[in-house]
Design a protein around this ligand. Structure first.
Ligand code: SAM
Length: 287
């Protein structure tokens, strides 16, 4: 099967004289087993409306169109649009949009194509904008059931890990605030054309039905998290104090840490999401 996808990819590229654009993170999937894993992990059925980010030459899009009720595919590269038009010609449940996903009003799409009901997001993401895409989807509070995406392996690990690991940071906390991450599979470079320089992984982020923590001010929580990891080798007290815009004195921070039973010399990388939430509420009250 992989052999076929690889051959048909080469044929399409030749037929349309397509030139891969590095700036768009174009590494097309050519392994059928990986496609199967993505579809299976996303749990797609006929009742689903799927948003695909970056359909490329439509390899994954075709599979999605066969399994889902509706597919909305958003592709930035205008050179791919006629190719996608041909490749997806036989599928009447696919809507193709030539747009930059970072500029699309996804909430309006969900309203228009799925009556505001939660959608599933599936993609082999362009790696250069992984974080803004994922965070944009979460922060805009668009109704989403799950996000199943191919990302750089290292980024998948950062999303899934907890306190104490060197990979733990602002991205781990932000993702886990909104969703439950699960790494579905590691994917080597030879599953793509052209081969990326980095390893990849498929990760599923299942949106929490209920937030694991509730804070008084979400924006403040994320400011605090970002400040803590901006200077990750510093103690939490210094990192937060040094972030002038938070206007936190060392005494305020020490006092909050004491109330939480944490040492004054603790670093941000030791705190769980629950502890960050608690700290956020304590400092907000005192500031
Ligand atoms: N889905 C295809 C596959 O699996 O073979 C292609 C995946 S490729 C890694 C990423 C795709 O995202 C490319 O088609 C690229 O042109 C597209 N892309 C890059 N930046 C984008 C953006 N800002 N908005 C929409 N699509 C984008």
């Amino acid at each position: 099967m992989e052999q076929n996808i690889s051959q048909s990819t080469i044929e399409i590229i030749k037929k349309y004289d397509f030139v891969f654009q590095k700036k768009f993170g174009q590494n097309f999937l050519i392994d059928g087993r990986v496609l199967d894993k993505i579809i299976e992990a996303a749990g797609i059925g006929k009742e689903d409306c799927v948003l695909e980010i970056g359909p490329g030459i439509g390899t994954l899009t075709k599979r999605l169109a066969e399994e889902a009720g509706k597919v909305i595919a958003v592709e930035i590269d205008k050179k791919l649009i006629p190719i996608l038009g041909d490749v997806l010609g036989g599928y009447d449940n696919v809507t193709l949009l030539n747009e930059d996903i970072l500029k699309v009003d996804i909430g309006a799409l969900v309203e228009e194509y799925n009556g505001g009901k939660p959608i599933k997001v599936v993609a082999n993401l362009p790696y250069y904008i992984t974080t803004p895409i994922i965070m944009g989807l979460f922060e805009s509070h668009v109704p989403i059931d799950n996000i199943t995406v191919m990302v750089q392996k290292e980024v998948a690990e950062r999303m899934q890990t907890g306190p104490g690991s060197k990979d733990y940071g602002a991205l781990s906390l932000a993702v886990q605030y909104y969703a439950l991450p699960y790494i579905v599979a590691n994917v080597p470079p030879n599953c793509f054309m052209p081969r990326p320089k980095v390893g990849s992984a498929v990760i599923r982020l299942t949106r929490h039905e209920e937030q694991p923590v509730v804070v008084k001010n979400e924006r403040f929580l994320f400011q605090l998290i970002r400040a803590s990891f901006n200077q990750r080798r510093k103690t939490l007290q210094n990192a937060l104090h040094n972030m002038g815009e938070l206007e936190l004195s060392k005494e305020q921070i020490a006092d909050a840490l004491r109330k939480m039973g944490l040492s004054e010399s603790v670093r941000g990388e030791k705190l769980t999401l629950e502890e960050f939430a608690q700290l956020s509420d304590l400092l907000l009250k005192e500031s």
